[in-house]
Design a protein around this ligand. Structure first.
Ligand code: 6PG
Length: 476
């Protein structure tokens, strides 16, 4: 019998996705550029389901029922284009090509457009959850045409993670919408991790807690509002002891965070959309700073810090304050992330259901968290919510935590521990709620040096002041 779906690219993510499909009862054709991987998959895991190994792409295509469904799981960028170019001439009208890698959504839009002109469907599907998720249930964010989704839905919703009986796979929208939302997921992942790292750093410096003691703090936090995969694995990493030295694992790991690019893309795209995503931006910058060995080496131990590097705080109270700072900053990061999704959805006419995005992320993915239910509920209450922060739940959560949050940012500044994520989130919050912003002064300056004009609070129209002459106001 012909295969129902194919996976090409059998590195760990592709292999696990293929196994997941097979375990769920689908007949999967499998292919890899070097055949050893295909053979190894069938040999090791052949008993898990029905695999149809293919030696090359023509064989893979020939093994499939029509319309064909082919998942590409290779490196983003040129390798993806190379597979698409080789595949397309082999396909027939109506066939569906799925890119499940971490593609940039602009590439996905280009590819979708090119394949659509040939009568083919191209589905850019975000897949999150790492190796484990790919095998046991990832979070899936497919873009592309409704027809292509209809053909994929029974399979994708089945292999995805499930929370409360609901699948963590929802059609996001046309062309690049799925990969855009996956990119945002990663941006939020960056922000989440940065905030967790700041909480750890502050608690360690101010309270002199050991990594093992801090693991207990995170374990405790994981029983409340902060409950999430990332908090859970933070406790795991902090309690790990290095085998060769007996030191805490976090102390033997080089403190230079790497990045493959999705966080950076998120910030770049948000800049173009004009959406402040300061939480994600600070997270990307903090990683860049950590990796900037030359400047760190020149400054460490050279640039003076505050004279008082300790804070006089009560241990339990400070832990609770940091928990509030972390949660409030996290709420801001998500609010900013959803603003970016909304803005892109408008710009590209994707018509994305924001509440549904929170549903996709409740399970399977890296940012899975209890609090995502709150986002869903917020959009259920008001689908046109201008910002998550003005939703009643969010408003109250931040109101409860803000005094603590302010104390933490102040303490961080006074002891000289960097907390760019906490501080930027607080500045955004205060900027958002301000009745008046000093932007009026900026407008005045722009008008003075460049006749860039300004608008008034009391009248319509654009104005310019004759700064160098009689200082009279003119309509521009
Ligand atoms: C996921 C992850 C995954 C990505 C990591 C690493 O959703 O499963 O986001 O796609 O590989 O986030 O990204 P960085 O190397 O940029 O930290």
């Amino acid at each position: 019998a012909p295969a129902q779906i194919a996976v090409t690219g059998l590195a760990v993510m592709g292999r696990n996705l293929a196994r997941n499909l097979a375990r769920n009862g689908f007949r999967v054709a499998v292919h890899n550029r070097s055949q050893a991987r295909t053979d190894a998959l069938v040999e090791e895991f052949g008993h898990e389901g029905e695999f149809v190994p293919a030696a090359d792409l023509p064989a893979l295509v020939a093994s499939l029922e029509q319309p064909r469904r082919i998942i590409i799981m290779v490196k983003a960028g040129e390798p993806t284009d190379a597979v698409i170019d080789e595949l397309v001439p082999l396909l027939d009208q109506g066939d569906i090509v799925v890119d499940a890698g971490n593609a940039h959504f602009a590439d996905t839009r280009r590819r979708e457009n090119a394949l659509r002109e040939k009568g083919l469907h191209f589905v850019g599907a975000g897949v999150s959850g790492g190796e484990e998720g790919a095998l046991n249930g990832p979070s899936i964010m497919p873009g592309g045409s409704p027809e292509s989704y209809a053909a994929l839905e029974p399979m994708l919703t089945k292999i995805a993670a499930h929370v409360g009986g609901e699948s963590c796979c929802v059609h996001v929208g046309p062309d690049g919408a799925g990969h855009f939302v996956k990119m945002l997921h990663n941006g939020i992942e960056y922000a989440d991790m940065q905030l967790i790292a700041e909480a750890y750093d502050l608690l360690r410096h101010v309270l002199d807690l050991s990594p093992a003691e801090l693991a207990d703090v995170f374990r405790e936090w994981n029983t409340g509002d902060l409950e999430s995969f990332l908090i859970e694995i933070t406790a795991e990493v902090l309690s790990q002891v290095d085998e060769s030295t007996g030191q805490p694992f976090v102390d033997v790991v080089l403190d230079q965070a790497e990045q493959k690019g999705t966080g950076r893309w998120t910030v770049q795209v948000a800049l173009d959309l004009g959406i402040p995503v300061s939480g994600m931006a600070e997270a990307v910058f903090a990683r860049s700073l950590s990796g900037d060995v030359v400047r760190r080496r020149a400054a460490a131990g050279v640039l003076p810090g505050p004279s008082e590097a300790k804070a006089d705080v009560d241990r339990a109270a400070f832990i609770e304050d940091v928990r509030h700072a972390l949660y409030s900053s996290k709420l801001v990061a998500y609010a900013q992330g959803f603003d970016a999704i909304r803005a892109a959805s408008e710009q590209y006419s994707w018509n994305i259901d924001l509440g549904a995005m929170a549903t996709i992320w409740r399970g399977g993915c890296i940012i899975r968290a209890r609090f995502l239910d709150r986002i869903k509920e917020a959009y259920d209450r008001d689908a046109n919510l201008p910002s998550l922060l003005v939703d009643d739940y969010f408003k109250e959560a931040v109101a409860n935590g803000q005094e603590a949050w302010r104390r933490v940012v102040a303490t961080a500044a006074s002891v000289g521990v960097p907390a760019p994520g906490f501080a930027a989130a607080l500045a955004y919050y205060d900027g958002l709620r301000a009745e008046r912003l000093p932007a009026s002064l900026i407008q005045g300056l722009r008008d003075l040096f460049g006749a860039h004009t300004y608008h008034r609070v009391d009248r319509e129209g654009a104005y310019h002041l004759d700064w160098s002459g009689d200082r009279k106001e003119h309509t521009a």
